[in-house]
Design a protein around this ligand. Structure first.
Ligand SMILES: [Zn+2]
Length: 276
């Protein structure tokens, strides 16, 4: 009985050691498993990658993307399967972050208490945004590093709990940059324009750029767009102009990064170093 128990225990211990082992040197992963982080990996292109039991796309150059949400508390299990069936596993532990509190005042009644018509409009806007964020293209721009879309002071950060006129609202998911109306907004990485709508209810002029594998940039409150849906853009290319359309207290750029519908932190994305 004792022997049987200790064997079982040993088995469990071995299994947990196996899973906690970091990936072999051939497998690369960007090393910042913070809540809200985009994580980029590189493997042999013929390998299969599963995250928590779900397959994720591997590019012809072996690149793949995954993310941790703002409040992720659970470990993720990454499994890489080679063509011969052998596997490597790693547990990715999200690193907890503290988010700040931001108070926003002077929001108009119309925006604070949207009427039925406004709610319908916002619902239609959301459908367009979700459809764009479902795109899982073969682009690998997400693996090549990002630049800031605008030169400006950062006035709002990812994750902050927001109070509008004293009422608690959803956390803020963008990186806000101060700017003047008309200031140039550049593509933070190569990509394809997935969506541009000049007048969404909350976000005003709204553009979404696909960077591949479900990773996208969204720009809010724009006053103009210089590209069309379907256009290919390169990192640093002028794509839009800063504005204050929608729910904005003044002209600024709000830049968001998503991995599909998961909202990630653009500030962490800017720190990503491309894997060799
Ligand atoms: Zn914002």
């Amino acid at each position: 009985m004792v022997k049987k128990f200790s064997l079982l225990f040993l088995g469990a211990l071995l299994a947990s050691l196996l899973i906690l082992q970091p990936l072999s040197a051939k497998e690369q992963l960007t090393e910042q498993f913070f809540q809200g982080a985009l994580i980029v990996g590189k493997t042999a292109p013929e390998n299969k990658v599963m995250l928590n039991g779900k397959a994720i796309k591997v590019s012809s150059t072996g690149d793949y993307a995954l993310g941790f949400s703002r409040d992720e508390k659970n470990n993720s299990e990454l499994v890489i399967t080679k063509p011969d069936g052998s596997q490597e596993k790693q547990l990715l532990k999200p690193l907890k972050r503290e988010y700040n509190i931001q108070k926003v005042t002077g929001i108009s009644k119309k925006i604070m208490n949207p009427n039925k018509k406004a709610n319908i409009r916002a619902g239609e806007d959301n459908k367009k945004i979700s459809a764009a964020r479902k795109v899982d293209s073969d682009l690998t721009a997400f693996a090549q590093g990002f630049i800031a879309p605008i030169e400006g002071t950062i006035t709002g950060v990812y994750g902050s709990q927001r109070y509008y006129n004293g009422v608690p609202k959803r956390p803020h998911y963008g990186l806000d940059y101060a700017g003047k109306k008309g200031d140039p907004v550049k593509a933070p990485a190569d990509g394809t324009i997935l969506m541009y709508v000049p007048d969404m209810f909350y976000s005003g002029g709204t553009m979404i750029i696909d960077h591949g594998h479900g990773v996208s940039s969204t720009f809010l409150h724009l006053s103009d767009s210089y590209v069309k849906v379907g256009d290919k853009v390169t990192k640093g290319q002028l794509v839009a102009a800063v504005g204050s359309s929608g729910r904005a207290t003044g002209p600024h750029l709000d830049w968001r990064i998503n991995w599909f519908n998961m909202r990630l932190d653009p500030a962490l994305v800017l720190k990503l170093k491309p894997l060799k």
